[in-house]
Design a protein around this ligand. Structure first.
Ligand SMILES: Cc1cc2nc3c(=O)[nH]c(=O)nc-3n(C[C@H](O)[C@H](O)[C@H](O)COP(=O)(O)OP(=O)(O)OC[C@H]3O[C@@H](n4cnc5c(N)ncnc54)[C@H](O)[C@@H]3O)c2cc1C
Length: 334
């Protein structure tokens, strides 16, 4: 069991900045995110776009902002569980909580901060016969650890950036890589598409265009995919892993069942400290709602600061909180 002061659900920009504000008050944080990387919408949806309304930065690339936030919080040694979705919240007799993830990771904490943005990004699942039956048995919708695909026969499906990028990356790792795409052009970056065509010409990957994977089979574990071409011919391919990459859609998910006041898929909070109706549970960033709410990164940063001032009483019940500027106190690490 992981033990921490504050468990932050969501490692988007707001969850990351909350670690800094908590650290200034000597509160330790553990972050959990369903995605395999930190950064939330910035890293997942628009990593290369410039943002123009972060105070002090006339323009900053979204991924650079995430990298800077990671540098800023490094002195407070946050710990992370990535690629796991938070499922349950259980109140303990002493008022603390135990949070459990989809993979069974348990975190005990004094305070829970939901910084879940638009919700959990859930994979869009293609229409493939037996797909769900082989989830976790060869079928996965994201690559958490590419090493697990070393020397395997991997089939990817999709035509966007993720499908192209992973095809290129896995060409050096997997025993055999096949990319199946329904069209003969790709939506992803043109230079990645060009690289994929080059790899196919060199015989380092198999490219199956104008085709869809229509069914999969195996004996306990995936061992074959069936591909139907536009002209209706069906071919079968031996495979150890299938990775359909058709994008992600956000869903509030299990958090919706935690007894929180929900208003149109967002969590209602009071604007004094962004507390929810459940004691010791706060909600900050895009996931919360209140009169006048703006879904902006800078608003989430402000909410993180006020939330931490309030959460302090649960972590250090016998201490009085005195407010100090960083210019005066510096960034005292622990
Ligand atoms: C194209 C685009 C452009 C934008 N441009 C700007 C801009 O110029 N300026 C600006 O201020 N804002 C902009 N935004 C909005 C900005 O990205 C959001 O306000 C910001 O990302 C909110 O941060 P967050 O940390 O609250 O949530 P998110 O960035 O959404 O991160 C939330 C994280 O929580 C995780 N999560 C959710 N539920 C669970 C769960 N149950 N278990 C585990 N993990 C979970 C998700 O996987 C996600 O990684 C833009 C958004 C988009 C889509």
């Amino acid at each position: 069991m992981i033990t921490t002061d504050i468990c932050i659900i969501g490692a988007g920009p707001v969850g990351l900045f909350a670690v800094f504000e908590a650290g200034l008050l000597k509160m330790r944080c553990h972050l959990i995110d369903a995605l395999p990387q930190v950064g939330g919408q910035l890293s997942e949806i628009y990593p290369q776009k410039p943002i123009y309304d972060i105070p002090g930065y006339p323009a900053i690339n979204a991924q650079t902002l995430v990298d800077n936030l990671m540098d800023q919080i490094a002195p407070f040694h946050p710990t992370f569980t990535l690629g796991e979705r938070v499922e349950t919240l259980e109140k303990q007799d002493d008022g603390s909580y135990v949070i459990t993830t989809s993979d069974g990771t348990a975190v005990r904490c004094q305070v829970v901060v939901i910084a879940g943005g638009l919700g959990c990004f859930e994979p869009r699942k293609p229409d493939i016969v037996n797909l769900e039956q082989f989830e976790g048995r060869g079928v996965a919708y994201m690559v958490k650890n590419p090493e697990q695909l070393r020397d395997r026969r991997v089939v990817l499906a999709g035509g966007g950036d993720s499908a192209l990028d992973w095809t290129i990356f896995l060409a050096d790792i997997a025993r055999e890589v096949t990319l199946v795409h329904r069209s003969d052009t790709f939506r992803g970056a043109p230079d990645s598409a060009e690289k994929v065509f080059e790899l196919a010409q060199e015989g380092r990957i198999n490219l199956v265009l104008q085709s869809n994977i229509t069914s999969i089979s195996g004996n306990g574990h995936l061992n074959q995919v069936s591909i139907t071409a536009k002209d209706k011919t069906v071919t079968s391919l031996p495979a150890d892993n299938l990775i359909p990459l058709f994008g992600l859609t956000p869903k509030l998910g299990p958090i919706a069942d935690w007894g929180l006041n929900i208003d149109k898929s967002a969590i209602s909070v009071n604007t004094t400290d962004y507390a929810t109706n459940v004691e010791r549970v706060y909600a900050i960033g895009d996931i919360n709602t209140y009169p006048g709410k703006l879904k902006l990164i800078l608003c989430g940063f402000h909410e993180a600061a006020l939330m931490c001032q309030s959460a302090f009483k649960y972590v250090y019940p016998s201490q009085k909180l005195s407010f100090k500027y960083t210019t005066v106190n510096g960034v005292p690490t622990f």
